[in-house]
Design a protein around this ligand. Structure first.
Ligand code: PLP
Length: 448
């Protein structure tokens, strides 16, 4: 069934069970001071909500944007729900294949595809969205008419920016797609389709976090209008599918899922009624909205200190697992939870504290001046809503190890917690190897 289960305990309650269980099982502590956790049933529920929102529209391929959680067991879980996969690099393509996605359900987007990558995608039958007219010219050389790949063109509808500039891909000067409103480009796009019988899809991804539904819908309306124009020019329905991207924003303020996929579909119905009339197969590429609220990070509080009148908790979760939050704190605030050394939720008087990470730069703070129960050495902090783009894609700064990631299920009565390893913590041996251990003497030898 695609219907979400009607009643589930709030995710904060389930997270509390998992923290307690992880502490008792020795998965958090001196030797593993930080880890990521993913709610397996929550992920299934989120996918079900997406499928349900589009249930009246046949022929929708929902792909998961692999960049949001580039972990093979997570991708395998999503494949098991019936999703396809959107990839944006050869590494993502490789792990999508290893996760078991049928190549015909994989979509390859990237602004910098090499000839080798294009050749591989075409020979596998992976769908490709060309990012530019120059890329189309490269595809021309690869005998695309002999491939089973669905081939499309990404268009930048240039409908404007959301609240986070870095996440807005439909600005006038965005590096993505063919800029639809630039002089002469609309005609050039139509010509590109006229000249290439194998080109059958239009693609737009308006942006990610920070883009309101109306902006996303306006961008999709633009590619729908363009598809109608191209098909009318050709006198046949050459464009048979529209890839409408991802980008549904996530609420990082509390436990509520908002906006919902149902609200997204209703915004689309208002802005582009023709989108759902069955003439175009649809592809979606959601990432954050499927995973963010289904994951959290746990980290040990190693020390506390006072500086200049500010209380600071030094924890093991910093820029290596919460890169965007640390580097752009105003755009990416995270909720923080406080637990004691036994994994029980802390209460008691609130105190404004900085929750800092382990990295060696002053800005490595995941929450500034945050009111929390007073944190002490040995406590655990949780960073909520970090199931997408956080622990799954760590930054290797300071040679900090990639943390372990666990998937979990919890019983409805709060009893049984089951955990599975998604990715073990990186060992120091692995860090040494990827830091050139096998070439340790190479530079000294070169210079002598
Ligand atoms: C082309 C494309 N599709 C889909 C996504 C996924 O976006 P989100 O995680 O906001 O749904 C991205 C994100 O960068 C993207 O660039």
């Amino acid at each position: 069934s695609v219907l979400p289960r009607p009643s589930r305990r709030p995710s904060a309650e389930r997270a509390a069970d998992v923290v307690r269980h992880a502490v008792q099982a020795g998965l958090l502590g001196d030797e593993q001071p930080v880890a990521g956790f993913l709610d397996v049933e929550g992920v299934r529920d989120s996918v079900a909500a997406l499928q349900e929102a589009f249930a009246e529209t046949p022929g929708v391929l929902h792909t998961f944007a692999a960049k949001a959680a580039s972990l093979i067991p997570v991708l395998r879980l999503l494949a098991d729900t019936g999703m396809g996969c959107e990839v944006a690099s050869p590494g993502e393509l490789r792990i999508a294949l290893d996760a078991g996605f049928d190549p015909a359900r994989i979509v390859f987007d990237s602004p910098a595809k090499t000839r080798t990558e294009l050749r591989q995608a075409l020979s596998l039958g992976v769908a490709v969205n060309a990012d530019s007219l120059s890329e189309l010219a490269r595809i021309d050389e690869l005998r695309p008419e002999h491939s089973s790949s669905v081939l499309g063109l990404r268009v930048n509808p240039q409908v404007g920016t959301g609240s986070i500039g870095a996440m807005s891909t439909a600005t006038a000067t965005s590096k993505f797609g063919v800029p639809l409103r630039d002089p002469g480009m609309r005609e050039a796009i139509v010509r590109a389709f006229v000249e290439r019988p194998w080109l059958t899809r239009l693609h737009a991804h308006v942006g990610s976090q920070g883009c309101p539904l109306e902006l996303i819908a306006a961008g999709i309306a633009e590619i729908h209008r363009l598809a109608e124009e191209i098909n009318a020019t050709l006198g046949t329905q050459r464009i048979t599918s529209l890839d409408i991207g991802g980008g549904l924003p996530v609420n990082f303020d509390d436990d509520e899922v908002r906006p919902t996929f149902a609200e997204y579909v209703s915004a689309l119905r208002t802005a582009v009624p023709g989108l759902f009339d069955g003439r175009y197969a649809l592809v979606t590429e959601f990432g954050r909205s499927l995973l963010a609220k289904n994951g959290f990070i746990c980290a040990l509080v190693e020390y506390t200190k006072n500086a200049g009148g500010r209380r600071i908790a030094i924890t093991h979760a910093g820029a290596q697992v919460a890169t965007r939050t640390v580097l752009m704190p105003a755009a990416w605030p995270l909720r923080v939870g406080a637990f004691d050394a036994q994994g029980r939720p802390k209460d008691g008087p609130m105190l404004a504290q900085d929750v800092a990470g382990p990295c060696c730069f002053a800005g490595d703070v995941v929450a500034h001046d945050r009111e929390l129960p007073e944190l002490a050495e040995g406590d655990i902090v949780t960073l909520y809503d970090t199931g997408a783009y956080y622990f799954s894609t760590p930054w290797a700064y300071n040679s900090l190890p990639r943390p372990a990631v666990y998937g979990f299920t919890t019983a409805e009565d709060g009893g049984d917690v089951r955990l599975a390893v998604v990715r073990p913590a990186q060992s120091l041996d692995e860090i040494a190897l990827e830091s050139g251990l096998e070439h340790a003497g190479a530079l000294v030898a070169l210079g002598s």
